[in-house]
Design a protein around this ligand. Structure first.
Ligand SMILES: *C/C=C(C)/C=C/C=C(C)/C=C/C1=C(C)CCCC1(C)C
Length: 250
């Protein structure tokens, strides 16, 4: 019976659907990024490798989260945060690689990674150690602490070092790409705190009665947008620039 439960998607369960489609989308995106890597100029290959690693790591976690969710009906909180702790720093590396030619230093990468780990550690405490039934205070305190890390990355991408380096690069392609990625951080990443607020004790849970099943719905949709979208934006720059270089050489 247990096996049957694991293998079936209940037809009235949109969260289960998004775990399956999320898994497949991440897998397909990884294959795409890894194969396309050989078609771009050498200087872009590392960026595409990182794009592929982000979606590949997510795919493996979705494989396990999907079973965990179907088997227990609960949020796979620990798997979720292990995934993010690996993939969000990799997204910081994408910013670093894009601005490296304009002089980005290792210290910038380190600051971005520290901010993302800060954001995720407090988010994890907020979710995983939320008292039974949900505590508004616990949820708010750790939510706010986590948000400070998010705001730092947002600031860096829009007005801080990352934005400045993109400007200094004097390369329209880099400027445009960094700007689009900054939009992802502003809009795409903002979906996560919305999901967080659906858990018991969270503001949306109390105000609208959105329950913890909505947490994963928001996270799954946000992950597809952010991980695959981020990768495609970088890919677009890499392939456009490579084609241009090839045309010039011919
Ligand atoms: C691929 C995964 C990504 C891009 C995950 C991003 C996650 C966030 C931006 C999470 C942010 C949170 C807050 C800003 C406050 C509440 C707790 C979090 C961790 C959900």
């Amino acid at each position: 019976m247990m096996l049957l439960q694991i293998l079936t998607i209940p037809k009235d369960d949109p969260v289960a659907f998004t775990f399956f489609t999320g898994y497949m989308a991440m897998m397909a995106a990884s294959v795409f990024f890894f194969f396309e890597r050989s078609r771009v100029e050498g200087k872009w290959q590392l960026s595409l490798l990182v794009s592929g690693l982000i979606t590949f790591i997510a795919a493996v976690h979705y494989y396990y989260m999907r079973d965990y969710y179907l088997g227990t009906g609960e949020n796979p909180t620990s798997l979720r945060y292990i995934d993010w702790t690996l993939t969000v720093p990799l997204m910081c590396i994408e910013f670093y690689l894009l601005t490296k030619a304009a002089g980005a230093k290792k210290s910038l990468l380190l600051k971005l990674i520290i901010a993302s780990v800060w954001m995720l550690v407090f988010g994890y405490i907020g979710e995983a150690f939320n008292p039974e039934g949900g505590s508004a205070t616990h949820s708010a305190i750790y939510g706010i602490l986590s948000t400070l890390g998010y705001l730092y990355i947002l600031y860096a991408a829009w007005m801080g070092e990352v934005a400045q380096l993109a400007k200094d690069s004097n390369t329209p392609g880099i400027q445009q790409t960094v700007r689009i990625l900054a939009w992802f951080v502003l809009v795409g990443w903002a979906i996560y705190p919305i999901g967080y607020m659906c858990m018991p004790g969270g503001w949306l849970n109390t105000a609208f009665g959105w329950d913890s099943s909505n947490v994963d719905l928001f996270y799954n949709i946000a992950d597809v947008i952010n991980k695959i979208g981020f990768g495609l934006v970088v890919y677009n720059l890499a392939i456009t620039d490579s084609m241009r270089l090839k045309a010039k050489a011919a």
